[in-house]
Design a protein around this ligand. Structure first.
Ligand code: FAD
Ligand code: SF4
Length: 511
C-alpha cells in the first residue's frame, strides 16, 4: 500500500503528542528518525549528551512500534547513512513516495533552514509543546525597543492561569518572589541524592557506539545515569517534587563544592527533547503549592523559569535569528581559555563548575551565569567561541535556548535587548553565594597582588573598559559611582592587574 504521510521526528521532538504525529494512521503512515553525523558533530558535543539523544531516540522509536507505528530508524553506523537530516529525509521520501511529509518546526534555526533547503514539499506544524508560539511572541514584542522578561512572564501567567486568584491578581500579592530566592546554603546542608537510571541494553549499545566514535570529545562517558524514556523522566520529576522543590526557591542561587545539583530539578534535557510536558510540570508545581507542600517562593520561582525565562529566550531566538548569532556589542575578540575544556585552573569556582560539567554534562543556572559566564564576560571572550562551548558541553543545550542565554544574558552581546544589564560580578558575589572561595588558592578579599582573586580586578577592568556604553544605564549607576569615588592610585592598580591577567590568558596560561 502506498504511504500516505511520512512524519519526521527530530531528536528533540520525542513527544507522543507532537503536532506532526497528530492523526497518525499506523496502517498508512510512516515515521522517520535518523541519527546523523552532522548533528552529532557540528560542535564537539559532550559524549553523554550524544548518548542521551541517541538512546532516547531509539527508545522512542521502540515505543512507537509498540503502538503499532511503522518506523524507519537510521542508526549512525548504517553504511547508507547520508550524514544529514535533509539527506535522510530525501532518501526516505524516495523509498516510500509519500503523498505528504509532515514536519514540526525545528528548535534550531540552522536545522530548519537545512530542511527547507532540501527542496522537499514539507507540511510544517507549529510546535505546540511551548506555551507561546513564535507568532504570539512576535506580536508581544512588536514596537518594543527593549524586551523585559518580567512583563512577558506576567502575560504567560495570565495566559496559563497559573498561580492566579480568580480575579486575575497574582497569588501572594506579587508576580515575582525572586528576592526570597537568594539564600546562602547553611553549612552542612546538602542536596538530595540524585535519581539515577541504570543503562539498559539499548543504552549500553549506544554508549559503545559513542565511545567508539566520539572518544575525542571532551567530557566523561562512564557513569551515564540519565533517564532516556518517558517513564524514567517521570520518575526523575517525581523525585524532584518529593525531595527538591521545597528548597528550590530558597537555595536557587546557592553553590557548593562537590554538590552538582543541590535542589535543582535536572530535568532540562528531558524537557527539551520532549520526554516531559511543560504544562504538566507547571500544574504539578502549582498543585504542590496549593496542597501546602511547598512555599510560594519555591513554586513561583520554578514556574517563572519554565513559562518565563524558557519561553522568553525561545521567543527572542526566533524573532532575532539569524542576525542574533552575529551580535557582539562589546566587540570581544579574546579566545576562549583552553581550561574551559579541561577544568585545569587554580580558580576553585571555575574548577568546580567546569569539572562537574565534564563529569555530568550539567551545571545549574548560577554556575553557568555567574561562574563560567561571568568570567568569560569579564575576560571579553569572543561570543561565537563561548556559545559553541556551552552548546557542546551541556546535556540540555540546543541553539534556541543556549544562544540567547549565552550571547544575551551572559555576554550582553545583544546590547541589552534580552536583559537590562550585564550580570558582571566580582569575587565578593561568589564568596557570598558559595563555599568555593574557602578552598581556593586565591584570596577573595584581595584585588591586586599575585594571589588576589582574578574576578576582582577583572570586574573593575571590565567596568573601566566599557564605561562608555554602560555608565548611562540606570541599573549600573551605583557601581559607576563607586568607581568614580575610588582613589586614582587604586584604579590604576586594578587596571594594571586586569591587564596582566588578560595578557596571561592571551599567552595561554590557565590562571
Ligand atoms: P532548574 O534550576 O531546576 O530549573 C527548572 C527549569 O527551568 C529548567 O529545567 C529549565 O527548563 C528552565 N530554565 C531555567 N532557567 C532557564 C533559562 N534561563 N532559559 C531556559 N530555561 C530555563 N537551559 C537549557 O535548557 N539549555 C541550555 O542550553 C541552557 N544554556 C544556558 C546557558 C547559560 C549561560 C545560562 C545562564 C543558562 C542556560 N540554561 C540553559 C538555563 C538553565 O541554566 C538550565 O535550564 C538549568 O540549569 C537546567 O537544570 P535544571 O533542570 O536542574 O534546572
Ligand atoms: Fe573563585 Fe576568586 Fe573565590 Fe577563588 S577566590 S573561588 S577565583 S571567586
Amino acid at each position: 500500500m502506498s504511504v500516505r504521510a511520512l512524519r519526521l521526528v527530530l531528536g528533540d521532538q520525542l513527544s507522543f503528542d507532537l503536532p506532526s504525529l497528530a492523526d497518525l494512521d499506523p496502517a498508512r503512515d510512516r515515521v522517520l528518525l535518523a541519527e546523523v553525523a552532522e548533528e552529532a558533530g557540528h560542535v564537539p558535543h559532550h559524549p553523554q549528551k550524544i548518548a542521551f539523544l541517541f538512546s532516547a531516540m531509539r527508545h522512542f522509536a521502540e515505543a512507537l512500534r509498540q503502538r503499532g507505528v511503522t518506523v524507519d530508524y537510521v542508526t549512525l553506523d548504517d553504511p547508507a547513512n547520508s550524514g544529514s537530516l535533509a539527506g535522510e529525509l530525501a532518501r526516505c521520501a524516495a523509498r516510500h513516495r509519500p503523498a505528504e511529509i509532515y514536519v514540526t518546526e525545528a528548535g534550531d534555526w540552522r536545522v530548519e533552514q537545512a530542511l527547507k533547503a532540501s527542496g522537499l514539499p514539507l507540511v510544517w506544524h507549529a510546535d505546540s509543546r511551548f506555551l507561546c508560539s513564535r507568532a504570539e511572541f512576535a506580536r508581544w514584542a512588536q514596537g518594543k525597543k527593549q524586551l523585559r522578561m518580567e512583563f512577558f512572564y506576567r502575560e504567560m501567567r495570565r495566559k496559563s492561569g497559573l498561580l492566579l486568584h480568580p480575579d486575575g491578581s497574582p497569588e501572594g500579592g506579587a508576580w515575582n518572589f525572586d528576592a526570597d530566592n537568594r539564600k546562602r546554603l547553611p553549612k552542612g546542608l546538602r542536596g538530595p541524592l540524585p535519581a539515577q537510571f541504570a543503562p539498559d541494553a539499548i543504552t549500553a549499545e549506544v554508549l559503545a557506539l559513542v565511545a567508539a566514535r566520539f572518544a575525542h570529545h571532551y567530557g566523561r562517558l562512564d557513569g551515564f545515569d540519565y533517564p532516556v524514556t518517558h517513564a524514567e523522566a517521570e520518575q526523575l520529576w517525581a523525585h524532584f517534587l518529593d525531595f527538591g522543590l521545597a528548597a528550590f526557591g530558597d537555595y536557587q542561587d546557592a553553590m557548593a563544592a562537590g554538590e552538582p545539583y543541590l535542589f535543582h530539578a535536572r530535568i532540562s534535557a528531558a524537557l527539551n527533547v520532549g520526554l516531559l510536558d511543560l504544562r504538566r510540570l507547571c500544574a504539578d508545581v502549582e498543585a504542590a503549592y496549593r496542597q501546602g507542600r511547598v512555599a510560594l517562593n519555591a513554586a513561583e520561582g520554578f514556574i517563572r523559569q519554565l513559562i518565563g525565562w524558557r519561553e522568553y529566550v525561545r521567543g527572542i531566538y526566533w524573532l532575532q535569528m539569524p542576525d542574533y548569532a552575529q551580535r557582539n556589542a562589546f566587540a570581544n575578540t579574546r579566545d576562549l581559555p583552553a581550561f574551559y575544556w579541561t577544568g585545569d585552573t587554580r580558580m576553585n569556582c571555575l574548577r568546580q563548575a567546569i569539572g562537574q560539567t565534564l563529569d555530568y554534562a550539567y551545571a545549574h543556572h548560577i554556575q553557568r551565569l555567574m561562574v563560567t559566564g561571568n568570567f568569560a564576560l569579564l575576560a571579553g571572550v569572543e561570543p561565537r567561541q563561548l556559545c559553541d562551548w556551552y552548546l557542546a558541553v551541556y546535556m540540555d543545550a540546543f541553539d534556541w535556548v543556549e544562544l540567547p542565554n549565552v550571547l544575551g544574558m551572559v555576554l550582553h552581546a545583544d546590547g541589552g535587548y534580552l536583559g537590562s544589564k550585564p550580570y558582571c560580578a566580582s569575587g565578593q558575589y561568589l564568596k557570598r553565594m558559595s563555599d568555593y572561595c574557602a578552598g581556593c588558592v586565591y584570596k577573595v578579599e584581595d584585588s591586586t597582588g599575585e594571589n588576589a582573586c582574578p574576578f576582582n580586578a577583572l570586574y573593575w577592568h571590565f567596568l573601566m573598559r566599557h564605561r562608555e556604553p554602560l555608565q548611562g544605564n540606570p541599573r549600573m549607576a551605583m557601581v559607576y559611582k563607586n568607581l568614580a569615588r575610588m582613589e586614582e592610585g587604586k584604579r590604576q592598580a586594578l587596571w594594571a592587574r586586569g591587564e596582566q591577567l588578560l595578557a596571561r590568558l592571551d599567552a595561554g596560561e590557565a590562571l
